[in-house]
Design a protein around this ligand. Structure first.
Ligand code: FES
Ligand code: FES
Length: 231
C-alpha cells in the first residue's frame, strides 16, 4: 500500500477484489446504522453531496469483519512500529489492515469507533501529526514510526482539553457513539483555526451524528475557542 498522500487521494484505502480476501465483501451490506446515516444526511444537509457520496462509497468493496484480519494475521503478518499516544508500539499485522482495527483490536484503544468503514461518517477519527484522519480507511502501512498517532484516549491526560471541557459544559453528546470522532475532528479544527467562524465549523466538521447533536457540536467548538455565542 502507498504513502499517506496516496491514501488521502483514495480515502477508502481499499483495493483489489473481494475474492480471496475474507476481510472484504463484494456486496455491500446495508446496516441499520448506514441507513440511519443516510437519513440524517438527507435531513441535515439536503439531497446532494452526502447521499451521493454515500452511495458511491457503498458500492465499493468494504470492510465487513475485523475477525477476518485476525484470522489472516498469522501467516502473512509483518512487524510494524507505530507511535500511538506518545508510545512506540510494535505489532504484527498485514500491510493492508486498517489502522482502526490495529487501534481497537491489537492495542485495545476502543474509544475510536467503527461506524461505516468507508471514510464517510467520521466515527473513527484520530489525529496523525495533529491532522484529523479517518482510521477505517488508512492501511497501517501508510504510517511510519515518526508519525504521531493520537486517539481519543491520548487527547489529554485528564480530559482537560478545551473541547472536552466545552463538551462537558454543554452536554454535547446524546448516545455518545459518534462523539470520540467528533471531539477528535473538533480538536484538529481548533488547532488549525483557533477562532473559527461558524461557516468554517460547518464546512470542516463533516462527521455524522445519528442523534443530531450538530448545533451543540458547533456551540461546543465556539465555547472552546472562546467565541461568545448569541444563544
Ligand atoms: S468508520 Fe465511518 S469514517 Fe471510519
Ligand atoms: S450518534 Fe449519538 S451522539 Fe452522535
Amino acid at each position: 500500500m502507498g504513502s499517506l498522500a496516496e491514501v488521502r487521494e483514495n480515502p477508502s484505502g481499499l483495493k483489489g477484489s473481494a475474492e480471496g480476501d475474507p476481510g472484504r465483501g463484494s456486496t455491500p451490506a446495508v446496516s441499520p446504522f448506514q441507513l440511519c446515516l443516510v437519513r440524517v444526511s438527507l435531513a441535515v444537509m439536503g439531497p446532494e453531496a452526502p447521499l451521493a457520496g454515500w452511495v458511491r462509497a457503498s458500492t465499493r468493496p468494504r470492510l465487513t469483519d475485523s475477525s477476518a484480519f485476525r484470522a489472516k494475521q498469522e501467516p502473512e503478518a509483518k512487524v510494524a512500529k507505530l507511535n500511538v499516544n506518545g508510545r512506540v508500539v510494535e505489532i504484527q499485522v498485514e500491510d493492508d489492515t486498517p489502522l482502526l482495527w490495529v487501534l481497537r483490536e491489537q492495542l485495545g484503544l476502543t474509544g475510536t469507533k467503527y461506524g461505516c468503514g468507508v471514510a464517510q461518517c467520521g466515527a473513527c477519527t484520530v489525529h496523525v501529526d495533529g491532522a484529523a484522519v479517518r482510521a477505517c480507511a488508512m492501511p497501517v502501512s501508510a504510517f511510519t514510526e515518526g508519525q504521531k498517532i493520537t486517539t481519543i484516549e491520548g487527547l489529554s491526560p485528564d480530559s482537560s482539553h478545551p473541547i472536552q471541557q466545552a463538551w462537558l459544559a454543554l452536554d454535547v453528546p446524546q448516545c455518545g457513539f459518534c462523539q470520540p470522532g467528533m471531539i477528535m475532528a473538533a480538536s484538529a479544527l481548533l488547532a488549525a483555526h483557533p477562532k473559527p467562524t461558524e461557516a468554517q465549523i460547518r464546512e470542516e466538521m463533516t462527521n455524522i451524528c445519528r442523534c443530531g447533536t450538530y448545533n451543540r457540536v458547533i456551540a461546543g467548538i465556539q465555547r472552546a475557542a472562546g467565541i461568545s455565542t448569541s444563544g
